[in-house]
Write a protein that binds this ligand. Sequence first.
Ligand code: OAD
Length: 227
Amino acid sequence: MTGAGVSAESGIPTFRGTDGLWKNYSVQDLATPHAFKRDPGLVWDWYRWRQNIILKAQPNPAHYAIVELERMFERFLLLTQNVDNLHYRAGSRKVLEIHGNIFRVRCSECGKENPFTCIDESIHELPRCDCGGLLRPDVVWFGEAIPSRVWAESLDYLNTAQVAVFCGTSGVVWPAAAIPGLAKELRIRTIEINLEPTPFSRTVDVSIMTRAGETLPRIVNALSAAE
Ligand code: OAD
């Protein structure tokens, strides 16, 4: 399972920590259904700004190492909280995006998914669905549930997993934050890679406090040497 820390080395800001997005921007104004109802233009401006940062970024060694892990293990699933599409751009294919994807949109009225074309910051007209409803980023906002299919699939996978790796996530956003505890209950071997301690650092089997872009490639190299 990955979080924003995996994309940090690509230059994409994380959410928490000293320079985290939630230090400078308000969740209540930007990342809730109520915020979108109140001021969809402001919400779109923020998402377009983030889209532009992400479009200029490139996947980093952590993303590529995860692609290698997918190739090495027949049964593999990448559960990501990241909405930036960088795992996919790096080559990962067995991915479940539990918080959605910032480059997809869906109608806030009828729910229909739409291909997204306007990311130009100068566009003032808000994007709309054929039904007339406002289009919104297809991400999970605070106060919204993770799509039930995605969550059910995550739990199914966890039930048969042997090893779970938690990389670059602060582990404070639910329900994703429940997964390390569930893995422990299921007696799955657990490994954490993070720059700093998290709520589950004490309970995982192995906690590695280093950069994801350094550690994941080393794990891949060690596994390749052992093959
Ligand atoms: P956070 O910003 O909460 O946490 C990022 C974690 O990555 C922190 O624990 C950092 O210590 C760690 N980190 C930073 N750089 C790292 C590096 N180079 N290598 C390893 N670890 C590093 O991000 P998330 O846990 O992903 O929700 O946040 C969870 C959710 O909260 C996000 O998906 C987003 C946010 O609100 C939605 O968008 C719905």
